[in-house]
Design a protein around this ligand. Structure first.
Ligand SMILES: Cc1ncc(COP(=O)(O)OP(=O)(O)O)c(N)n1
Ligand SMILES: Cc1nc(C(=O)O)sc1CCOP(=O)(O)O
Length: 525
């Protein structure tokens, strides 16, 4: 075993599982192919194998790993690790304590520990683990796991005790190429601390083409590591008010050029007017709810809106977001009335634990509920009271926590990407007199996000390409400027005549008008 600790690349962490090999696939052949595909560390896991056979499997695996200069760890069995001179061990909560393993292993040995809670992680750090395997993130068929699923957002909390330490982390359970990026994004803490890698069994071992499976995962992890996490904008910092207005304005013709199909899982109250607003802006609506059709629909759309107003199919919302992430389409989440019931709160958690939102848009009461803040209360779908003391700080922090753009709607709208905050002061009081103007705002944001991502060149390692910060601002400006123009019309006598005029004006806004009329300020926090 190595005497001094070598620098380990945990990016693509293969845990072996010979029982999962496809029929006819040889174990060593599969391992070699996966190493060729870019596996960066291997753990030999044999749960029911006799010692002699385990030793043989470990020796042969080690010979292959050496060929690729990839470290090899042994699951649970220190005797096997010592016998072959492995690089280290992975131990579970009910296995040998780290202190005992440390005493038995040579000084350079790597020790990894399974952790299911922040307390486990804190203890592993104290005991001197080199890395933690945190999970279960998702459901898995590979092992019966007793601990509750963490979900993508749970990863942030479990990594908290690693702040300020040099202990590394990999996530495990149910991780596939298709959800790898969600998982990596979901784990990023406001400080920027995140996962060092992803541990997988079946995604590689059960594949007929382990080299390709490993390469796909490696591409995602390496691309992610080379991007700035939690930022969905184009890092054009510092943003100026003029830059924002000009670039948001350019998205109006971009929508007409691309005519994006925008999927909207929205509520029964506003479906027709949201569809009409979509058409007016130059996009096409598709109001599909059924979980069974999400895989197909997701390939065709430019963006997705999930509006919580009347939750008809939570499964549909889960599947739609999952497939949007897989297909790298922007997801706008409008948690309408999320504070109104325990069911809505737990549903919002399930959604945000399954997929990564690109934009979360809500009023003060809704965003307070998402942030678990007591500062603002909600009554049904409306906020009660004065709002946040410092709304700019609130949106910035929520954007950091959720790793997405946050839009706080109100008399003044606030938008943040976690770094920059802008205040938007456009709109007309008549918006408050029609039902579903907030829902139409979600629709507009989804349309602008779709257009911005269609304008951009897709980049590996990014869930969505294009400047989603500018797109979200564009969506807000579309509705608020159209409301000002509609309200000023002679034929508008009240809320009844305002709604059709609003739809008309949405379709007529020019980029020049947007630059001239938009009231955008970059706010220092
Ligand atoms: C990287 C990684 N994380 C977690 C585990 C699970 O280990 P353990 O809790 O010891 O359970 P078994 O693997 O023994 O079933 C792991 N093996 N690797
Ligand atoms: C070995 C192991 N440990 C887990 C834990 O949660 O502790 S889940 C798991 C198996 C993960 O397999 P797959 O990548 O096929 O889902």
């Amino acid at each position: 075993m190595a005497e001094s600790k070598r620098e380990i690349d945990y990016s693509v962490y293969l845990v072996t599982g010979r029982d999962l090999l496809p029929p006819g696939k040889d174990y060593l052949e599969s391992l070699e192919e996966s190493l060729r595909g870019g596996v960066t560390i291997v753990q030999i896991r044999e749960k029911t194998t006799e010692t002699g056979e385990f030793l043989e499997v470990a020796r042969r695996s080690q010979a292959l790993c050496r060929k690729f200069n990839v470290p090899i760890l042994i699951n649970d069995r220190l005797d096997i690790a010592l016998a072959i001179g492995a690089d280290g061990v992975h131990i579970g909560q009910t296995d040998m304590p780290i202190a005992v393993a440390k005493a038995l292993l040579p000084p350079g040995a790597i020790i990894g520990m399974t952790c299911n809670t922040p307390a486990h992680v804190a203890q592993a750090v104290k005991d001197g683990a080199d890395y933690v395997g945190v999970g279960p993130v998702f459901a898995t068929q590979t092992k019966n796991v007793a601990s509750p699923m963490l979900g993508v957002r749970g990863l942030q909390d479990i990594l908290a005790p690693l702040e300020g330490t040099n202990v590394k982390a990999v996530a495990i359970a149910g991780i596939k190429y298709t959800n790898a990026l969600q998982c990596l994004y979901g784990a990023v803490r406001p400080s920027g601390l995140g996962l060092d890698g992803l541990a997988v069994v079946s995604d590689i071992v059960a594949s007929h083409e382990p080299e390709a499976a490993a390469r796909k995962l490696a591409t995602v992890v390496h691309a992610f590591k080379s991007t700035i996490p939690h930022i969905f904008s184009l890092s054009q910092h510092p943003y100026t008010s003029q830059y924002i207005k000009e670039n948001a304005a350019q998205l109006f013709p971009a929508i007409r050029r691309h005519g994006p199909l925008v999927q909207q899982i929205t509520n029964t109250v506003v479906t027709t007017q949201s569809a009409n607003a979509t058409l007016a802006l130059g996009a096409s609506p598709i109001m599909a709810n059924a979980p069974q059709e999400m895989a197909d629909i997701s390939k065709a759309i430019g963006g997705l809106l999930i509006n919580f107003g009347t939750i008809q199919s939570l499964d549909g919302m889960i599947e739609a977001g999952k497939h949007a992430n897989i297909n790298r389409k922007p997801v706008v989440f409008d948690p309408v009335g999320v504070g109104a019931s325990q069911y809505r709160r737990s549903s919002a958690n399930s959604l945000l634990n399954t997929w990564q939102a690109t934009v979360i848009k809500g009023n003060a009461g809704e965003l307070a509920a998402i942030a678990n803040s007591q500062e603002v209360r909600a009554k049904g779908v409306d906020s009660v009271g004065q709002g946040f003391k410092n709304p700019a700080l609130f949106v910035r922090d929520l954007a950091r926590r959720e790793r997405c753009i946050v839009v706080l709607s109100g008399k003044t709208d606030y938008v943040s990407d976690g770094t920059t905050v802008v205040s938007l002061n456009n709109g007309h009081p008549l918006l408050g007199d029609i039902t579903g103007s907030g829902c139409m705002l979600g629709t507009c944001i989804a349309i602008f996000c779709a257009a911005a991502s269609m304008e951009a060149t897709p980049e590996d390692g990014k869930l969505v390409s294009g400047d989603m910060f500018i797109a979200a601002i564009g969506g807000v400006l579309a509705l608020t400027l159209a409301s000002e123009k509609a309200a000023a019309r002679d034929d508008v006598k009240g809320s009844g005549t305002f709604l059709p005029a609003l739809i008309d004006e949405l379709g007529k806004l020019s980029p020049e008008e947007v630059v001239a009329l938009a009231n955008v300020e970059v706010v220092s926090v």
